[in-house]
Design a protein. Sequence first.
Length: 286
Amino acid sequence: MSVPHTPAKIYRGRVADQIVEDLREQILTGALPDGARLPSERELAASYDVSAPTIREAIRVLTAMGLVTTRNGSRATVNAQGDTLLAMSIASVVRFEKVGAREVLGLLGVLNAYAAELAAEHASDEEIARLREAAEGTATAEDVERSAAALQHFFATLSDISHNPLLAALSRFITEVQVGLAVKLSGGKGGDWGQVAGALQPERLRIVDAVAGRDPAVAAATVRDYHRQVVERIVSVRKAGEAAGSEAGVTDAGVTDAGVTEALTAWLQANVGLGGQVANRRSNLS
């Protein structure tokens, strides 16, 4: 395919940067939609009247930004997915600013409380029924992996029925971080995992009841209370086995804040990569 508009005029200075900005604008506005294949290097070089190495440099930058993917011998493909871009940005800020696990998990409590508040105001009866079904599904999962997926689905549903797309995207990723962290600290063991997830099933049903009650303040308060309990449980959970304990910074006295933060950093490093290659995180939670 050809570039869908007349390329921007290239001025003196960092030519590759200007090409990156032009293509980035086309991707973000949808002129180059997700899944579209970019023109070949030769075609792009001719369109912008630059050399092939300049085009290759621009494509490398777009790949590192998570906007395109490349394979040897193939043209670059647009990979503009909001959740992926958001995940990379948040993970970078958390690691660069050395944000602690409590701060990350505390933010999730705020986001989901706001989602519950909006859902109480705007969700339809059918959407609340979906939320209840998702909450009930968190009690029937047979193993840690399925239970983790059910938890993510419940909170993704809560954020979706808030009808705020940005809030939903933020909540989805940080929920994934929280669930992944809890699984990592439990070592994938059902007993330790159950201390965080299974024991709080009644609290998730309380969230649904609060949303269904159409009282935004009560719904938000119920979610805040739930997240307070989750953070307390994540920080106090112990890993089974000596090798697993040393990996996550666990002592006989339990998991320290520093150990939980180290586990968070390790999870982000393992599951959110450069170049838009966000791993299949659900299958790599532990």
